[in-house]
Design a protein around this ligand. Structure first.
Ligand code: BF8
Ligand code: SF4
Length: 644
C-alpha cells in the first residue's frame, strides 16, 4: 500500500516505506492481516457476556440465547466501552491523587507542589480551610478529598458543581449526577451483565452518568492535581515530529500517559553528572521527547519536543535512533516489543499494572522516582554504543503549547483582569463563529492525521476557534497548525483579527486526553461570563474525533454529549450502528433529554460543514446572528465596546 494512503504525515510516510523495505511490521500491516474485520463486532451486535453465548444478531437469529435483543446488546457494549474508558482516565487521576498526597506529606521528595495559587483555589472550591495553615497541610486535605472522589460511598462528584446550574439541574432531573467513579464503573459492569438492564435507554442514560464521573470527576481531578504538582501550563514553544530526534545525542522516548514518570525522566536528563556520562560515550547530550499524551503533558509544561502521536510509536523505534523507550499506561502497542527487537532500543515498562512479556520492568514509585528515572537515563546512555544504522526523517514543526483554562483566561484578559469577556464578545459580534474541540486518536483505518488536520483547516477558515488535545493536537502540530504564524494565514478574517490582537494561534494546544476537562471548564466559563445563554447546550460549540481508537475516546465523547455538546465521530468507527434504536437515540433523541448529541461523518470537509450548521443554529437561537439594529446601548454593548 502507498504510504500516502496510510499517513498524511511526511515523516511517517518515509518511515512506513523504510519499514516495508526492511520487512518490518507495524499497525497498518497488522490491520491488513486482520481484514476483513468482523462485521458483527463493528456493528456492536456481538455479545459474549455469558457462557450461553457468544451470540450475534442476524436476520435469522434476532435474539441472543437469553432473549436479549439487538438494542440491549448494542447499548450494553457501548456502556461497557465507555466505562472502560472512564476507568483508564480515572485510574490515572487516582494515581496522581496518591502522589499528590505523598508529596504534601513529604514522602515523595522528588515531587513538589509547584502551583500554590491553584492549590489555594482548589482548596477554596473543596471547602478546605487555608487560614494560618501550611501549604502542605492544605494540600494533604485537598488530596484526601480528591482521592475520596474515586471511591466515596455517598454523595456526588464535587467537580460537577463547576457546571452551569441549569446543566446540573438536567443531570439531577435524569438522575445522572455522577457519584464516585468506582461506583459508576462498577454499576456499569453490573447493569450490563446477563439478565440485568434490558432497556436500552436506561442503559445509555447510565453511559452518560459514568462518563460524567470521568469528565467532571476523575479526569478533571487528574488535570487539576497535575497542574498543582507540575505547574499549570502557560504558552511556550516546542517542536513536533520525528525530526526532533537527534543523531548525535542519546535519545529517550517517554510514551504513555502519566506525567508522574515523564516529569522525572525529563528532570533526570538535565542532571550534570548524567550529561557528563553521555559525553563520555561520545554523545553530545541527552534528548528526551515524547509520544502520545505524556508527550503533550511535557510540551504543555516544559516545551519538551514531541516525536509523534499514537501511530508514530513503532515508527520512532524504526529510526534506529532510540536508546530507550520508557512506557507507563494506555495506548502502548504490544507491537513495540517486536520492533524494539530489530534495533538496539531498550523498551522498559514502569507501571506495575502494565507489563509486557519479554520486556524489562522497572517500577516507578513515588518515594524513589528520581533515582529510578536516573537509572533509566543511565541505561539509555550505556546503550548508545550499541546503535546501528540510524535514519531520522527531517520533518518537524515549531508549535506553541500550554493553553490551559488559566492561560487562555490570562491571554485574553491580562493578569489583572483575566477574563473570558473578550472571547465571549468576539463570539457575540461574530468575528469568531464558535469553538470546536478537535480531539483524540489516530487510527490505521484512516490516513494518519488527515481528518484532524483537514477538519481543523476547514474550521479555522470559517472563523471557528479550534482547541485541540490528545493525538489530534500532535497531528495539528506536525502540520504547523499550532504555530501562530503558519496557522494565521489559514484563518478566516474575523478569527485572524482576534488571534492577532490577543497573540494566539487559531488552533490552541490544550494538552492530553484527560485535559479535555479543560474544555469543559472553558465551556462553563463561557456561560458564566454571560451573553451566550444559560447552559453549555446553548453555546456555539462542538467536539470532533474522526480517527478515534480507544474506549477513552467514547468516554470523552459521551461526557461532552451529556454536558450538552454536539460530538462528531467517523461513521465506520462508531460501534452502535447495528441497532437502529440505539443509533436514533444517540444521534438524535438524546438531545431532547440532555441537550447534546452524537453525529457521524467520516469526511472531514463535510464534518466541518455539519459543525458549522450546528454552530450557526446555536447562534440563531441565541439571537446573536441578528444584524446590529439597536440604537441604545445597554450594559452589554458598552462592555463589548470597551474591548473592541
Ligand atoms: O489518551 S488520543 S490514541 S494517546 S486515547 Fe491514545 Fe487516543 Fe492518542 Fe492519549 Ni487519548
Ligand atoms: Fe448471549 Fe444473552 Fe449471554 Fe449475551 S448475555 S452471550 S446475548 S445469552
Amino acid at each position: 500500500m502507498d504510504p500516502k494512503e496510510r499517513s498524511a504525515d511526511k515523516a511517517a510516510q518515509e518511515m512506513i516505506a523504510r519499514m516495508a523495505e526492511a520487512g518490518q511490521q507495524n499497525a497498518w500491516d497488522r490491520l491488513q492481516a486482520q481484514l476483513p474485520q468482523c462485521g458483527f463486532g463493528k456493528q456492536g451486535v456481538c455479545c459474549r457476556i455469558c457462557a450461553m453465548g457468544p451470540c450475534r444478531i442476524t436476520k435469522k437469529a434476532t435474539l441472543g440465547v437469553c432473549g436479549a435483543d439487538v438494542d440491549t446488546i448494542v447499548a450494553r457494549n457501548f456502556l461497557r466501552a465507555v466505562a472502560a474508558g472512564v476507568s483508564a482516565h480515572s485510574d490515572h487521576g487516582r494515581t496522581v491523587a496518591e502522589v499528590f498526597i505523598a508529596t504534601a506529606r513529604g514522602e515523595a521528595g522528588d515531587y513538589k507542589l509547584k502551583d500554590t495559587v491553584k492549590l489555594h483555589k482548589l482548596a477554596k472550591e473543596l471547602g478546605v480551610e487555608t487560614k494560618d495553615r501550611s501549604l502542605n497541610d492544605i494540600a494533604v486535605d485537598v488530596g484526601k478529598i480528591a482521592l475520596a472522589e474515586f471511591g466515596k460511598s455517598e454523595g456526588t462528584q464535587l467537580m460537577a458543581r463547576r457546571a452551569p446550574e441549569p446543566r446540573q439541574e438536567i443531570w439531577d432531573r435524569f438522575g445522572i449526577t455522577p457519584r464516585a467513579v468506582d461506583r459508576e464503573v462498577t454499576e456499569s459492569l453490573h447493569r450490563s451483565t446477563m439478565g440485568v438492564d434490558q432497556d436500552y435507554r436506561n442503559i445509555l442514560m447510565h453511559a452518560s452518568r459514568v462518563a460524567l464521573a470521568d469528565g467532571w470527576g476523575g479526569a478533571m481531578l487528574a488535570t487539576e492535581l497535575q497542574d498543582v504538582l507540575f505547574g499549570t501550563p502557560y504558552p511556550g514553544r516546542g517542536e513536533v515530529n520525528m525530526g526532533v530526534l537527534k543523531k548525535d545525542q542519546v535519545n529517550i522516548i517517554v510514551h504513555g500517559h502519566e506525567p508522574i514518570l515523564s516529569e522525572m525522566i525529563a528532570a533526570a536528563s538535565q542532571d550534570n553528572e548524567l550529561l557528563h556520562e553521555a559525553k563520555k560515550v561520545g554523545a553530545k547530550g541527552i534528548n528526551v521527547s515524547g509520544t502520545c499524551c505524556t508527550a503533550n503533558e511535557l510540551l504543555m509544561r516544559h516545551g519538551i519536543p514531541i516525536a509523534g502521536n499514537f501511530l508514530n510509536q513503532e515508527l520512532v523505534i524504526a529510526t534506529g535512533a532510540i536508546e530507550l523507550m520508557a512506557v507507563d499506561v494506555q495506548c502502548v502497542m504490544q507491537g513495540l516489543t517486536n520492533i524494539a527487537k530489530c534495533y538496539h532500543t531498550k523498551l522498559v515498562t514502569t507501571a506495575d499494572k502494565a507489563k509486557m512479556p519479554g520486556v524489562e520492568h522497572i517500577s516507578i514509585e513515588e518515594t524513589t522516582a528520581l533515582k529510578t528515572a536516573r537509572e533509566l537515563v543511565k541505561m539509555a546512555i550505556d546503550n548508545y554504543k550499541n546503535r546501528g544504522q540510524v535514519y531520522i526523517p527531517k520533518d518537524k514543526k515549531s508549535a506553541v503549547g500550554g493553553f490551559s483554562f488559566e492561560s487562555i483566561n490570562y491571554m485574553l484578559g491580562g493578569r489583572y483582569r483575566a477574563s473570558f469577556r473578550p472571547l465571549n464578545d468576539n463570539i457575540i459580534n461574530g468575528r469568531i463563529r464558535g469553538i470546536v474541540g478537535v480531539v483524540g486518536c489516530t487510527n490505521p483505518k484512516i490516513p494518519q492525521d488527515w481528518t484532524h488536520t483537514t477538519l481543523t483547516r476547514e474550521l479555522i477558515k470559517r472563523d471557528v476557534l479550534v482547541l485541540t488535545t490528545g493525538c489530534a493536537t500532535i497531528a495539528c502540530g506536525k502540520q504547523g497548525l499550532t504555530n501562530p504564524k503558519e496557522a494565521l494565514e489559514l484563518a478566516g478574517p474575523g478569527l485572524r483579527e482576534v488571534c492577532e490582537a490577543v497573540g494566539i494561534a487559531p488552533v490552541l494546544t490544550c494538552g492530553s486526553c484527560v485535559d479535555n476537562t479543560r474544555l469543559l471548564v472553558s465551556c462553563s466559563e463561557l456561560v458564566r461570563e454571560g451573553g451566550l445563554g444559560q447552559d453549555i447546550s446553548e453555546l456555539p460549540v462542538a467536539g470532533a474525533c474522526l480517527e478515534s481508537v480507544s474506549e477513552k475516546a467514547l468516554a470523552i465523547g459521551q461526557y461532552f454529549v451529556a454536558s450538552g455538546a454536539l460530538v462528531v465521530f467517523a461513521k465506520e468507527i462508531m460501534p452502535v450502528l447495528g441497532s437502529e434504536n440505539v443509533s436514533n437515540y444517540l444521534f438524535d433523541e438524546v438531545e431532547k433529554d440532555l441537550g447534546g448529541h452524537w453525529a457521524v461523518e467520516s469526511d472531514p470537509v463535510k464534518a466541518a460543514e455539519m459543525i458549522l450548521e450546528h454552530i450557526e443554529a446555536k447562534r440563531d437561537a441565541l439571537g446573536i446572528n441578528r444584524e446590529k439594529e439597536r440604537k441604545l446601548y445597554d450594559m452589554e454593548d458598552r462592555r463589548a465596546l470597551a474591548v473592541e
